[in-house]
Structures are given as C-alpha cells and as structure tokens.
Design a protein around this ligand. Structure first.
Ligand SMILES: [Zn+2]
Length: 501
C-alpha cells in the first residue's frame, strides 16, 4: 500500500482529517520548501479517494525573524531581525508567498493559506497563548527535559516585537504581568550578522499578537487551534529529542490535544549537495516546470519517504522514464503500486498521458524547427510510439528543449545536424550507412530497429562500435550521440537518404 493510503487509513480512524504544512519564508521558496505541502496533498487525495474530505492547511511561518539576507538583496540588511512579515512593510513576504502559492497551484496543490503573524495579530491563537502563559512552569519543565542549556524557572514563552524598532530578535524579556511581557531591546548576533537593538524598554501585549510563541510552543498551539491530525515534516524535526518529540508532549499535556500523525521524510538534495539559498544551490517549482512536468515531480516526491533523494537535473529523462512506467502500468491495469503512484502524481483529476521518452523529445526539439506539431507527431509515430495526447507531447518537447538549452543535457544529447557528404569514413562504414535508408520503409520499433542496426553492421563486416561512430560522425560530427535507433527513426527519411549516399 502507498504510504499516503496507509496514513489516510489512520486519519480516518481519528476522524475529521486536518493536514497542516508550513514554510518559513526567508528567501525564495524552493523545491525543498514544497516537500511537505506536496506530500500533504497526497494524503488529502488518498482521503478523498476514500470519500473522506480533508483540510490541507499551509501556514507561512512569517513571524520568524528575518535571519539572513538572500543573495543579491543586500539592501535588505537593515531589515534583519524583524519578523519576515514586516520586512519592507510586507512587500518582501507578499511577493514570495504569492508566487509560491501560484506555483503550488500549477503542481495541483491548493491548500488553505494562513499567515502565522496574522494568526497572532487577529487573536487567532489567544486561547492557546492564555493556556501557555498559565501553564508556563510546566512548559519549562517539559522543554528542559530536552535541553542541556536549561531555561530559568521564570521563563516566559513569548518573543516580543520591539515597539521601538520593529525587530523580534532583539527584545530581551525582563518580566511578565498577566499576558503583558516587558522587555528591553538589545544587540544580538544572527546568522546574517550582528543586529543592533534600539535600547527601547516596553511592554508587549501577547493577546494583541505583539510577538510570537517560541517554536516548540507555537507548533503545538497551532495543532490545537486548527485541530491538526496530520503533519508532514523533514527528518530534522523528527530526531530524538527534536521538536516533534517535545511538541508532542506539550500538545498533550499543555493543550490537551493528541499530536498529529507525522509524515516524516528524508531530505532532498540538489545535484548531490544540500539545498542552500546562500550557496545558490536552489531550484524553485517554476525552474522545475520549465524543464519537466509537474506530474513527474509529484511522482518523485511520492516515492518512499525514508530515503534521501537527490534531484540531479541532468537525470530528468530517467525520472521521467520511471514516471512513464507508472503511466504504462495504469493504462495496462498493471502492477498496483505503480498504478497508484500514477494516480497520485496527477495534477488534475483527469489523468494526462504522454508516454513518449523524454530523450526522444529532446532529440526532436533539436531537429524540428519552431516546434511544428504536425511534423513532431509524425516523427514520433515513425519512431514507433503512439501519440496519446498532442498537448502533453508538445509540453514535453518544449520542456526537453529548455533542458537542452539551459545546459542540463549531457554532451552527447546536445547536437546540431551537420551538412555535407560522407567523408573520413572507411569503405566498410560507407557500405553500412548506405544500407540504412533502404531499411526505413518498414515499420520499426526502437527495439527491433536497434537489433537491425547490429545485423547491418555484421553484414558490412563492421565492428558495431565503428558502425555507431559512422552514424554519429556523419549526422552530428561527434563520436557519440542519442540512442542510434530512436535517433534514426526520428529523422526525416529523405534527409537520411541524402546524407547516407
Ligand atoms: Zn528595538
């Protein structure tokens, strides 16, 4: 059974499924940030397939401090330490949040959108804040079980926003009276550099949302508020003594709410390295959509959760092939797991079919000018494939074209058809090539034609290696190129005749 279905079953038992996801927005939200909400969507779909409706919530963690300036935005340095929500009067957040929400939609994910800060400022969490303040001694006791550096007994679970300078990193709590927290604004060191305090001494009214709860209290407070029963998150939160462990206890003992069913997944890396905005190792959902289909990313994210996955953009054809195998299984009523993966990967309710190898699309994008659909469809059929949906095919051809043009394709898949006659070839090689045009009047599949190429080489008493070299040298001036059978079948017959004689 797929993991999403296993979790859905557990959630049905608990009743009224609410799946929460969240993203801190301190820079351009990337593919890693989309991990929990896309996976949360799989659980929602699995529930809907059981005729159980579910809420999928996405919260922008925008009351977190703006800790480091994203690359190329040095002008935001003076905003460090403010809640992300308030950076540039909200314009920073709005831009990235709205963009991310639109991107998610194109990947078939449409959660309820919430803002962590607005939740505080509209008194949405007032009940939970009151509970947290009233039971703060118990909270300290729980938190301290997991800390080496113990919190003092008079700890107040609240980070005020300074009324003097608007920062949330700099105020140091000095006392509490009811739900009003006094503070003094002091210098502090953040990831992105030193943040100066303004020496302001003031009072933060927690019930007016003039600050935030610390993460390990905020998370369970939200669970209680939204009645969350499921939460996907990365492995970092799941470590022993990590935030899920702590929050689970706080949720039950402080707020009286059973912690949500966790969906824990391993990290995503890009080209073998950690995703990092500051190191520039980031791809966004839009980046993905330019070179590959959203369904393929969904498929990728819905694979087993407990394995670290790497997105190697040069391997988009392989991931797409894997996805196509699930499509095949779906159409042929094949293996259950694969069929289910195909269903869950769909962006829209109505499945989209393509099934034309990505590498063939990459080849076609380089030999047929202006994406002429009629010719592309014709060549795909000549190559031994059935065109199920012209739009899907064209989408893939255009994506593959971008993939080649943006430099992700390996060298052998990037080519220009060369002009001219057969030169620099041995007699045997010439003899071999000249036989090829005469073979093309038969209906081949890439597999049968691949075998035939070997036979033709043998007939010409030619080492297969030399045979393939002859093909590539003549067509693209290289020793290696796209898979020969599929490449030859995709080319115009008259063109081949003229090149191979
Ligand atoms: Zn201040």
């Amino acid at each position: 059974m797929h993991w999403a279905d296993t979790i859905a079953e557990k959630l049905v038992e608990r009743g009224e499924p609410v799946i929460e996801t969240g993203t801190s927005i301190s820079g351009i939200p990337h593919i890693g940030n989309a991990s929990d909400v896309i996976r949360g969507d799989a659980v929602k779909r699995a529930l809907e397939n059981k005729d159980v409706s579910a809420r999928l919530i996405w919260v922008a963690d925008d009351s977190d401090p703006f800790r480091s300036v994203p690359g190329g935005m040095q002008e935001l340095k003076d905003e460090l330490g403010k809640p992300v929500y308030d950076v540039r009067e909200g314009s920073f957040l709005k831009k990235y949040r709205d963009n991310f929400v639109n991107e998610l939609k194109e990947f078939g994910v449409e959660p309820e959108i919430h803002s962590g800060t607005e939740l505080y400022r509209s008194c949405g969490l007032c009940d939970e804040i009151k509970i947290a303040f009233e039971k703060r001694e118990k909270i300290v006791e729980i938190l301290n079980k997991f800390r080496n550096n113990k919190l003092p007994d008079d700890y107040v679970p609240w980070s005020p926003v300074c009324r003097g300078c608007g920062k949330i990193s700099t105020p140091r709590v000095t006392g509490v009276d009811g739900y009003k927290v006094s503070y003094v604004c002091e210098d502090i060191e953040l990831k992105g550099g030193k943040v100066g305090g303004c020496d302001y001494e003031g009072v933060s009214d927690a019930l007016k949302g003039e600050g935030k709860l610390p993460w390990r209290v905020e998370w369970p407070a939200r669970w209680h508020h939204f009645k969350v029963t499921c939460e996907p998150f990365g492995k970092d939160h799941a470590a022993a003594g990590g935030s899920y462990d702590t929050c689970k206890i706080i949720s039950k003992e402080i707020f009286g709410w059973r912690a949500p069913e966790p969906v824990i997944y391993e990290f995503l890396t890009i080209n073998g390295a950690k995703i990092s905005s500051s190191a520039g190792n980031v791809i966004t959902l839009s980046d993905w959509k330019r070179i590959a289909e959203p369904e393929v990313l969904r498929y990728f994210m819905f694979k087993k959760l407990n394995k670290q996955r790497d997105i190697d953009l040069s391997k988009i054809p392989n991931i797409t092939d894997e996805y196509d195998n699930t499509e095949k299984a779906f159409l042929e009523n094949g293996e259950k797991d694969a069929t289910r993966m195909f269903e869950l990967a769909q962006v829209r309710e109505k499945p989209r079919f393509c099934g034309i190898p990505y590498t063939l699309c990459a080849v076609l994008s380089q030999i047929i000018p202006d994406f002429d659909e009629k010719t592309i469809v014709e060549r795909v059929k000549e190559s031994g494939y059935e065109v199920k949906d012209g739009d899907s095919l064209m989408q893939r051809v255009k994506a593959a074209s971008e993939w080649v043009n943006e430099g992700y394709a390996p060298e052998y898949l990037k080519f220009e058809l060369s002009e001219g006659k057969l030169t620099g070839l041995s007699e045997k090689q010439k003899k071999f090539l000249m036989k090829i045009p005469g073979e093309l009047n038969v209906k081949w599949t890439p597999q049968t034609f691949h075998k035939r190429i070997y036979e033709l080489a043998r007939e010409a008493d030619l080492d297969p290696k030399e045979a393939f070299k002859a093909i590539y040298q003549t067509l693209i001036g290289k020793d290696k190129g796209p898979k020969a059978a599929i490449f030859l079948l995709s080319l115009d017959k008259e063109f081949l005749k003229s090149r191979f004689t």
